[in-house]
Design a protein around this ligand. Structure first.
Ligand code: ACM
Ligand code: ZN
Length: 721
């Protein structure tokens, strides 16, 4: 018999409706309705059986929407804790007409019982809860969420809010990804430059951004989480994803070169050089980390470590030979084992991403499997305990269109593993390359992280049934200021279209959500009109930014409006651009709008082909110069063309050469720039037709991670003067 049916049989419909055990997220293991109703008192008077339960009284004070007093007479809320191990998270919650009682073998379970009571009380409008007994326990002991604060920094006050939501749904691990190539976010007293230098970067547009957490803030977060039964697991990335550390202390790298904190994304070649001074540095950092974080588990990253620098480094190669490591994978294994040893001496266990399996993971290490579900089985076979985070199931930085709530609800970490008990549980990571503000974070986290909590505590769930429970919870969270994104679609975005007849650029919201609007700022005459139009008769700069309240959502579109002779004129392309980069339509190269990032909707992109554009000016025109506006982002396989040439024609058939320029090949993976190649026409030639040919830069060079593959050309405007 289902619980709903049991309730319906035992009680009149109106009373059954006031017994919302089947409304809880995550669903509880067992719930039985009992006769009677608890009329919620204005004040909850709590008694505890042992001092060990006292912290939960403090928790109830913070999370219940009613006053809570302790040690009073006539109690209406009893807390009973046993002396079981904290790993036992089970609890029983009884509601009778006299009050509520939460009993649990350990304080862990008592806390989850408190969260269940929180939801039950929030759910009652009439101030009554039907009597019931709930017996509940989680399916997995490791129910985590990871947040990358390296790519974008989020203030500690927001971290607290998110930890509170996690605890509401009984997630118990907050994995704090504190260091990255693009920013080191944890203050380390011994090495102040990690944050004074490594915590800040110059963005592509020249602005500065960054931030870091003081040790006092970290202690506050750890204590706040601990009160809620959430363990904060810090991650200090090594030896890769360490460009911010190298910017602060260049001697930690193989080349010693002074590097910047990069503002672009990807996997960087420069990694820590495993020398004795580097180990001294890491041990000093970890010593401070261990003092801040009581977690038994410490995450050391270990993912995505290119070996190019190690291969070219005499010290690294000498270590490979001296220690008999065989190769550079062996060097990473040796490096990881030394760190695991250090942590072990301090009674902590190491977690690493699944790359630490390459060449054999250190004994006792926990592997976080991310590269695919198959890595879970590989890690188990290697004898490791596993945290399951397969990207295709739980990477919530992926759009909800690609990774919808419905799929996350079906995630089962033990699927295909003979139900191994060495799968500790799972974690949903949020990487933040494209997540730039607190509201943006929330729109990625919710509702999907709540679905993830459901599967971790109770097991896979069906979408419609889950939505029924989610709807009232979502309403409550939204009214407390938490932003929700879509469950199965992309976040809102801005689409730009160009109308050559009206000479108007229009900006429209795609996938709109309540509260999300386009905010525009401008310089010069150009501006976004209330109808979403940017008249291109003006010139200047327009920035279009999606916002929700004060919070920016996704990257801005920075548009430079230029006036020139070819604006609005028809373009014929010998090679069509790739489908993903249609720009603003057929007039992308003559729409008078220049972009700043190849994702901003203003660019055409060609993969392995030349740009070959013919523009009809409509009448014979004196032409002084023809310029092509281009973008290079070497890491993203986008390079400048090897040459640009211009031809002129009076009839569109017979062409004469009018000049050209040869461009240099890229020299560094970090290369990212905008460039306008201007061809001056000798003595102001006259023509009706203009042809611009940009020769594809060819296959990517040997030093590029994509070596041998075709490269992209990106162009957004042909400027004729
Ligand atoms: C990862 O996504 N590089 C762990
Ligand atoms: Zn080295």
């Amino acid at each position: 018999m289902t619980r709903a049916l049991l309730l319906a049989l035992l009680f009149p419909a109106n009373l059954a409706a006031q017994t919302p055990a089947d409304q809880l997220i995550p669903q509880v293991s067992h719930a039985v309705a009992l006769p009677g109703t608890w009329h919620l008192p204005d004040t909850l008077r709590v008694v505890i059986n042992r001092p060990a339960a006292a912290p939960v009284v403090g928790l109830l004070r913070e999370i219940l929407p009613r006053p809570v007093v302790a040690g009073a007479r006539n109690p209406n809320l009893r807390l009973q804790v046993g002396s079981g191990p904290a790993s036992n998270e089970s609890y029983t919650l009884r509601i009778s007409e006299h009050g509520a009682e939460i009993s649990a073998p350990s304080i862990s379970g008592l806390r989850w019982g408190a969260q269940t009571l929180r939801q039950l009380i929030a759910d009652t409008d009439a101030g009554m809860i039907g009597a019931m007994e709930i017996r509940d326990a989680p399916r997995f002991g490791w129910r985590g969420a990871m947040l990358d604060v390296g790519r974008h920094f989020f203030p500690a006050s927001d971290i607290l809010r998110w930890i509170d939501v996690m605890a509401r749904y009984k997630l118990n691990v907050f994995h704090w990804h504190l260091t990255e190539d693009q920013g080191w976010r944890l203050a380390i007293n011994t090495y102040p430059r990690l944050t004074s230098v490594g915590g800040w970067r110059t963005e592509v547009d020249g602005s500065r951004s960054g931030g870091f957490y003081t040790q006092a803030e970290v202690r506050r977060v750890v204590a706040y989480a601990a009160m809620r039964g959430v363990t904060v697991v810090p991650e200090i990335e090594m030896p890769g994803h360490a460009r911010a550390a190298l910017a602060a202390y260049p001697a930690l790298g193989c080349t010693g070169a002074q590097l910047s904190v990069p503002p672009t994304w990807g996997v960087f070649e420069d990694v820590l050089c495993p020398t004795e001074p580097t180990f001294r540095f890491l041990e000093a950092v970890l010593t401070e980390v261990l003092a801040l974080f009581p977690s038994e588990y410490i995450h050391i990253g270990g993912d995505e470590v290119p070996k190019a620098r190690w291969r070219a480094c005499a010290l690294c190669q000498a270590t490979v030979v001296r220690e008999g490591l065989g190769d550079d994978e062996g060097l990473q294994r040796w490096f990881t084992a030394r760190i695991a040893d250090f942590l072990g001496k301090h009674h902590r266990r190491m977690i690493g991403w699944d790359e630490i399996l390459n060449g054999g993971a250190p004994k006792g290490a926990v592997v976080q499997a991310w590269q695919g579900s198959d890595r879970i089985a590989v890690a188990l076979k290697a004898g490791a305990d596993v945290i399951a985070s397969p990207a295709e199931w739980v990477y919530i930085n992926r759009s909800a269109r690609e990774l919808p709530l419905e799929r996350i609800l079906r995630f089962d970490p033990r699927a295909g593993t003979d139900d191994s008990l060495r799968v500790l549980g799972g974690e949903a990571p949020l990487w933040t390359e494209n997540v730039i503000s607190p509201a943006n974070v929330e729109m990625m986290l919710f509702p999907r992280l709540i679905g993830f909590a459901e599967t971790m505590w109770r097991g896979p769930a069906e979408l419609g049934e889950f939505q029924r429970r989610l709807t009232p919870e979502q309403r409550r969270l939204e009214s407390s200021g938490i932003a929700f994104g879509p469950a199965a679609a992309d976040l809102p975005g801005i689409a730009l279209r160009y109308d050559s007849t009206a000479n108007l650029l229009s900006a429209s919201l795609v996938n709109p959500l309540p509260g999300v609007v386009i905010r525009s700022t401008s310089s010069g005459q150009a501006r976004l009109h209330p109808d979403g139009m940017v008249p291109l008769s003006d010139t200047g700069m327009v920035t279009l930014q999606l916002v929700r309240g004060d919070s920016r959502i996704r990257d801005a579109h920075r548009i430079t409006i230029v006036s020139h002779l070819a604006r609005g004129k028809p373009v014929v392309l010998a090679n069509p651009p790739e489908m993903q980069y249609p720009g603003t339509g057929a007039h992308t190269l003559t729409d008078g709008a220049q972009g700043s990032d190849y994702h901003d909707g203003l660019w055409n992109g060609w993969l392995g082909h030349d740009l070959d554009a013919r523009i009809d000016l409509g009448q014979m025109t004196t032409v002084h110069s023809v310029a092509l506006s281009l973008l290079e982002e070497v890491r993203s396989w986008i390079v400048y063309p090897s040459a640009v040439r211009v031809e002129l024609s009076d009839d569109g058939t017979t062409w004469r050469a009018a000049g050209g320029e040869t461009l240099g090949l890229p020299v560094t993976l970090d290369g990212r720039s905008l460039r306008t190649v201007t061809i001056t026409i000798p003595a102001g030639g006259s023509a009706r037709w203009i042809r611009v040919v940009a020769t594809n830069g060819g296959t990517l060079p040997a030093w590029h991670p994509g070596a041998g593959n075709a490269s992209w050309i990106f162009a957004d405007e042909v400027i004729v003067r």
